[in-house]
Design a protein around this ligand. Sequence first.
Ligand SMILES: Cc1cc2nc3c(=O)[nH]c(=O)nc-3n(C[C@H](O)[C@H](O)[C@H](O)COP(=O)(O)OP(=O)(O)OC[C@H]3O[C@@H](n4cnc5c(N)ncnc54)[C@H](O)[C@@H]3O)c2cc1C
Length: 449
Amino acid sequence: MASAASEKRNIVVIGGGIIGCTSAYYLTRHPAYDPSKHTITLLEAGKIAGGASGKAGGLLALWAYPSSLVPLSYRLHKELSDAHGGEERWGYRAVHCGQVDCVGRHLDAIKSDGPTVEGKEDRATKGEHGDLKDDGKAAVSLQKRSKDAMGRLRAKGVPEELDWVSAEGLKSYDEMGDPSTTAQVHPFQFTTAMAELAQDKGAVVRTNASVKSINYTSPSNSAVDSVTYADKETGKEETIPATDIVLAAGPWTQTLFPRAPISALRAHSVTIRPSRPVSAYALFTQIRLPENFGARTDEVNQGKGNKKTFKARRSEQIVTPEIYARPKNEVYACGEGDHLVPLPASSDLVEVDEARCQDIVDYVASISDELRCGEVTAKQACYLPNVNASGSGGPLIGLTGIKGLVLAAGHTCWGIQNGPGTGKLVGEFVFEGEARSARVKGLDPRLVL
Ligand SMILES: Cc1cc2nc3c(=O)[nH]c(=O)nc-3n(C[C@H](O)[C@H](O)[C@H](O)COP(=O)(O)OP(=O)(O)OC[C@H]3O[C@@H](n4cnc5c(N)ncnc54)[C@H](O)[C@@H]3O)c2cc1C
């Protein structure tokens, strides 16, 4: 394939999530890319970052997996940010990360009189009036605590700046990463920026372009030939020639390439504007909800129009939302996945279960006044792509045995972290026929196809 770099190439990337967009970006930055000979077309069924890549948390970590890909991708995130103003453009920054064990409080345990305001006067007033009470004790932020209480929190390993998790319920803090090993981006902003930067160097990005089929050379089906897609607005179908196809359709990968062992898991998330700016921490929580925390009504779609409702108990349950503080006064939180609703045909048809989003809001509110008194700015859901193959935790990146077909999918819960590394490797697979920047033999799709 290396010699083919000098030939005319029509490269088609399928999917405008982070993997498709970083692939398009690095294809346009590959030394062999020559816009006078090569075309790069990205086809996205809906809008760029309309799926998980626009709704993920955005945590980046050197301690993520797989270890063959993580260091490359973590480094590339920093390089991309330095090269394109990522701090401002997509919220790149280093963060602290820890696991917290907490006991949640009843949501009516504290009477809130609206967003809290940072400042000593405000804190003192709230303390005096006792309107931040729980079980007769002042439930206030770390700075409001006595020296004695602060000493106890320090002994539990709780950093002083983590003052937006209620001190009462905070049982322990275990550091998982620090700003030298952990960072974050805003996934939607990052992904859309990658698409724009690829366009700047000649890639063509088509949204509302739903790929109907990958067409192979006949009669052997041993190489790719073209791609047929439908314009969602006009319904018109078009077939474009392809010498190379990068299949990066995330959880939808199987609809175009049934042999790929990739499944989908739905997950809900919310964003909250906290009542005051909070420090840069990403938290993996374990929260024991108090007795009688309340029940919620679940509606389960059983297919064919049948919906069943039932009450879910939340009393004394242990829940584990992840909470990521973000720049520009935003906090993101997500809950656990579910298989209640199968993957819909496209990202705009994803069913958002209001009750599940409210659960996440309630859980995080039970341990933080700043989140409880904040404003919920988004309730959303998306599907994460998992790999179902023994011996492979995913992702699958590389050649498929079909000439010209490169697979880049199945990034599970670390697709944002591993996006740039994947894109870089895709550029190498397409133009050089092999991975150069990392040893990723364990991610070879041919091992599981
Ligand atoms: C709640 C949650 C939190 C997460 N948090 C993090 C995190 O903090 N850090 C991290 O590293 N990762 C995180 N992830 C994982 C990450 O979001 C995913 O691994 C990643 O977004 C997958 O990217 P993708 O491009 O493969 O898939 P997607 O983002 O799903 O993109 C696939 C795209 O392909 C398009 N497509 C599908 N079929 C077709 C077709 N026929 N024609 C054209 N286009 C098509 C879709 O419309 C979609 O836009 C999180 C995931 C979830 C669900």
